[in-house]
Design a protein around this ligand. Structure first.
Ligand code: GLA
Length: 732
């Protein structure tokens, strides 16, 4: 039983964690415990009541100055309640101030998982040990209801939360902030690990101490962004990769977000997470509901590695829907870095021919196949095939590629519009531009107003039309700028604050329609590389282009950071040319292959320009990936050494769950004369079993699991810059 209700006490258990809340004698929903699995003791005895001074006292506590929401741990704190810390809800019920005050109304529980209309969310299948708790809160005076939703995934140590605001007051309610989760910690000695970045340098891991004040991370860009990621970890000071307690918080949403962690006056920490509220203002009319995106909270008592593996597995089973999650992903070649905009059908077929010889599975035609699009100044929105440029129809091109034994994939950037496009000439009002004012351009393009039904319908029609015109198995869905002003012509002035969220709802609607019509389509997410790498996107796309930076060495850090909150099978990674197009670095082809095999594997170069020796090497790489794909896609992932801490090498490993086999990869990041010996230790094997071990395909001998895990293996000495090696251990 995941959910146990005893009077006013709600205890939620997963395999290794317990979460608890209690309705107190005033009717306030307090948070009483979240951590290591424990019993159903009422943990509210740990709350110390005192007159803190300058803290508001609600009317229900009249005469008792020791009762203040300003220090009490709560499930859903609201602004205007005398709690001066960061809150979850700003709701103006009509007076022009945020004066809502919530008390417990009722609850219900059921087997299975709640879903959220129009929004991605974790799901459960029949028979899964998953339960839902709904707690209804109500303003003490007006009929404003807040429904708190809790999904308990026992097997994965995950608890999801979401919130629905229901207006039954008979008048308009203005919402200017709705956070999806709040977690109050009684402990202040906590670190936060977050993942900052930039275009071509996403998800760099940074660990910091929380301090008295507010630590704040957000994206105001309309997307989850390259700069910050809607996944954070709160960890005890002594927690490391292999030991200690930590919690992961993932927002299942692809728009802007906001995370705040506040250490208060009495050394408690509050964390809130939800949609970006920087210019959010939503009018909730009588009878309407507002649904906030979901947050998924994951507990680990076995360090950061354990946390990541729970998230990988939980997302794999309960968030990623695509049938492709269980199939071997196609090893593809993408023509972007091979040709950029300069290609025709012949160039593409030449690349495909080479790819077929090397046993790749798919050719992906990137940007430039539609409208007038020979550079990135024009054409977006005109989703009509440029047959003149291709020299044939898309149907003919895809048919010829299929004849070679490859399948065919296509790039789209549906949310955008170029001013130099037929679409813009016909519908300038579809761009998010304030009439009569200059637009803010990004990559010389404008953003479509995805809140409009006519825009959504146009995109569906264009996507379906192209999909039906040829045999297309894969779509790379790109988005190459941030939103600046989110303006929508169809909404009045006082409702413009709804546009950013309505944009995301429109995006999800198109993706949902696409996948409903083509359920076997492999959708790859992308936003100038990894600018929209979030849990919301995984609901639609089982893989996401991780970064426009294809340099294997910079990718070590990007992959390392991404692996904390996302399964590696979702990390799309390609081998590209040398010197690298982004930073000029020269790395061995072997290393580029080993690094890209860490995720959804492919190539992004002109295969025909490779030497015969290189082509042979590519064949070996493709063979290796195909042989071990089960490990790479479904194995447990271990970060063996951090590229942020170990200057000499970075290592990672995939181990099969039964300990039958493992693949451990090492990339050297520095060279030394007379180098010190280095040892790597395997994880996830069975100590009692015996394993046959090879390095780069050459047998190394037989070892016990105990030897490989406790003693480890000696690394070879690197012979060139960025040398690498790959160990494979297989049960005898
Ligand atoms: C973005 C993507 C690239 C490529 C280009 C095409 O930058 O991340 O992979 O598709 O757009 O314009």
């Amino acid at each position: 039983m995941g959910i146990i209700v005893n009077g006013s006490l709600f205890t939620l258990h997963t395999k290794n964690s317990t979460y608890q809340m209690k309705v107190d004698d005033k009717g306030v929903l307090l948070h009483t415990y979240y951590g290591k699995r424990t019993d159903e003791t009422d943990y509210s005895y740990l709350i110390s009541f005192a007159d803190r001074g300058f803290s508001g006292n609600i009317a229900a506590a009249r005469g008792d100055r020791t009762y203040s929401l300003d220090y009490l741990p709560q499930e859903f704190p609201v602004c205007g309640s005398g709690d001066y810390r960061v809150s979850c809800l700003n709701a103006d019920l009509g007076a022009g101030v945020n004066d809502c005050l919530l008390f417990f109304d009722s609850y219900r529980t059921y087997r299975g998982k709640y879903s959220l209309e129009g929004l991605p969310a974790m799901f459960a299948e029949d028979g899964d040990p998953v339960e839902t708790l709904e707690i209804l809160l109500k303003d003490y005076k007006d009929d404003l209801y807040v429904r708190l939703l809790y999904g308990v995934f026992e097997d994965h140590d995950m608890i999801t939360r979401s919130v629905m605001i229901e207006n039954k007051t008979g008048q308009d309610v203005k919402l200017s902030r709705v956070m999806s989760t709040c977690l109050d910690f009684s402990d202040k000695d906590l670190d936060m690990i977050h993942f900052y970045g930039k275009h071509a340098g996403e998800r760099q891991a940074e660990r910091l101490s929380l301090f008295h004040g507010i630590t704040e991370l957000r994206s105001t860009r309309g997307t989850s962004s390259h700069q910050h990621n809607p996944f954070v970890i709160v960890a005890k000071k002594d927690t490391n990769e292999n030991m200690g307690e930590c919690l992961g918080f993932s927002l299942v949403y692809s728009g802007g977000f906001h995370v705040q962690a506040e250490t208060d006056q009495i050394d408690q920490v509050r964390l809130v997470m939800g949609m970006d509220d920087s210019d959010f203002l939503w009018t909730l009319y009588p009878g309407e509901e507002f649904t906030a995106p979901e947050v998924c909270m994951t507990y680990s008592g076995s360090g950061l590695g354990g946390l990541s593996r729970s998230i990988h597995d939980g997302f794999y089973r309960h968030l990623i829907r695509s049938p492709w999650k269980d199939k071997r992903r196609p090893v593809l070649v993408n023509n972007w870095e091979a040709t950029y905009f300069s290609f025709d059908g012949k160039v593409l077929l030449d690349i495909a021919r080479e790819a077929a010889k090397m046993d790749l599975d798919m050719l992906v035609l990137d940007d430039g196949w539609f409208g007038k699009r020979d550079d990135d100044y024009s054409g977006l929105g005109d989703w009509f095939v440029n047959e003149k440029k291709l020299g044939c129809s898309l149907k003919e091109l895809s048919a010829q590629i299929h004849e070679m034994g490859l399948s065919f994939g296509l790039w789209f950037e549906p949310e955008m519009i170029s001013e130099d496009s037929d679409l813009y000439r016909a519908h300038p009002e579809w761009a998010m531009v304030v009439p009569g004012r200059e637009p803010i351009r990004g990559r010389s393009q404008l953003v479509l107003d995805m809140s409009r039904e006519d825009v959504v319908e146009y995109l569906k029609e264009r996507l379906f039309d192209i999909m039906d015109s040829a045999d297309i198995r894969y779509i790379k869905w790109d988005m190459n700028r941030s939103l600046a002003l989110a303006y929508g012509e169809l909404f009045p002035r006082e409702r413009q604050g709804e546009l950013r969220h309505r944009y995301v709802l429109g995006l999800y609607e198109v993706m949902e329609a696409l996948l409903a019509r083509y359920p076997n389509l492999l959708l790859e997410g992308c936003s100038g590389g990894g600018g929209r790498f979030d849990a919301g996107m995984l609901y639609y796309a089982p893989q996401i282009w991780c970064s426009d930076n294809t340099d294997a060495i910079e990718r070590l850090k990007i992959h390392y950071g991404t692996s904390f909150g996302y399964p590696m099978s979702a990390v799309s990674a390609h081998v590209s040319v040398c010197p690298n197009e982004q930073n000029g670095r020269v790395t061995p082809l072997k290393t580029r292959g080993i690094c890209a095999m860490q995720g959804a594997f492919g190539y992004e170069l002109d295969l025909g320009k490779m030497t015969e020796a290189e082509k042979e090497e590519v064949k070996v790489q493709v063979k290796t990936f195909k042989k071990h794909y089960r490990l790479f896609q479904f194995g447990d992932y271990y970060r063996i050494s951090s590229p942020f801490e170990n200057g000499d090498f970075t290592a990672w490993e995939y181990a099969d769950r039964e300990g039958k086999e493992a693949c451990l990869s090492v990339v050297f990041t520095d060279l030394h004369g007379n180098p010190a010996p280095h040892i790597v230790k395997f994880e996830g094997l069975c100590k009692e079993k015996r394993y046959e071990v090879s390095r780069d395909g050459e047998p190394l001998g037989e070892f016990s699991g105990a030897a490989l895990m406790n003693g480890g293996l000696l690394l070879p000495m690197p012979r060139e810059n960025y040398d690498s090696c790959q160990f494979y251990a297989c049960e005898k």
